[in-house]
Design a protein around this ligand. Structure first.
Ligand SMILES: [Fe+2]
Length: 285
């Protein structure tokens, strides 16, 4: 993919947790780093920016920050130098009996209220202080509403960003999934979001699963998502990157030429965005 796309890919958005095995807290030597994978990343990253796109910190879970995982991420940051780091506004880890970090299997929705905002703001600040780069929080794909939220998602994200200085990773395909699942109106959402905080955009494609539209990352970006991106991206003054996310299992079916064409279209959009020019990006998953 990278050989075929060449200069069209200016940044790699990397999932650190894919570069080691984590045997869990209290298991002795917890992290087994796959040096070969990091060496391959370093080779691919030559001449490109790298950002970290984490899936393991589960910051909105009402649990202490996983400082062992954060230390391991910081060690990787020392090697590959993340331009920034992003995480999800979803809970992946849950307390379950004696297991401190049981995995939910998919992102669970966050209750947007003051209590969550307070502890999340503390953890966001801890991560930014430890890594020394800006943390971006990504809007989630929702598969169920949380009844009677104290705040809307945009109010919550705006407040988190202004309180901590973190940025927003705006996943337009997640937003589209929420529109398809009748949970939100895209234009109202984008009008309410403080676009000054948006540093990165995600594009992706999804699929229907048992009557729900999911963010499977198994397809090219659908037309309504392109329309949102083309309408809104040029008015985001802090935008640094537009990333297309795709799952590795979809590559053979989609074909490298189609993915390269997608990168070309991302570059055309980058050219129409605010200066300083953001990097056109490709991500994984
Ligand atoms: Fe995303």
């Amino acid at each position: 993919m990278l050989a075929a796309a060449g200069d069209l890919v200016e940044l790699l958005d990397v999932i650190p947790e894919r570069l080691w095995y984590d045997t869990g807290p209290g298991s002795g030597v917890r992290f087994h780093v796959v040096d070969g994978a990091i060496a391959e990343l370093e080779e691919c990253a030559a001449g490109r920016l790298v950002s970290g796109h984490g899936i393991g910190l589960s910051l909105p879970s009402d649990m202490p920050l996983d400082t062992e995982l954060l230390d391991t991420i910081a060690e990787l940051h020392d090697r590959v130098e993340f331009a920034w780091y992003s995480e999800h506004l979803s809970s992946f880890a849950t307390m379950r009996g004696a297991v401190p970090n049981a995995q939910a299997g998919l992102g669970l929705p966050v209750p947007y209220d003051r209590d969550v905002l307070d502890f999340l703001a503390v953890k966001v600040t801890q991560v930014q202080d430890r890594l020394g780069v800006r943390l971006l929080m990504e809007n989630p794909a929702l598969f169920t509403p949380v009844p009677d939220p104290e705040m809307s998602e945009t109010e919550f994200l705006n407040a988190l960003a202004s309180r901590t200085g973190c940025g927003i990773l705006l996943d337009l395909h997640n937003l589209y999934a929420n529109v398809r699942n009748e949970l939100v109106d895209a234009d109202q959402y984008l009008a309410a979001l403080d676009l000054d905080h948006v540093v990165e955009i995600h594009l992706a494609g999804g699929s229907e699963l048992f009557g729900t539209y999911t963010d499977s990352h198994a397809e090219l970006t659908p037309a309504p998502v392109w329309e949102l991106a083309e309408t809104w991206a040029p008015s985001m003054p802090a935008l640094r990157a537009i990333v297309f996310e795709f799952h590795e299992s979809a590559v053979d079916r989609l074909g490298v030429p189609a993915l390269v064409e997608e990168m070309g279209r991302v570059n055309e959009l980058v050219d129409r965005c605010a200066r300083p020019a953001p990097a056109a990006l490709v991500g994984a998953v």
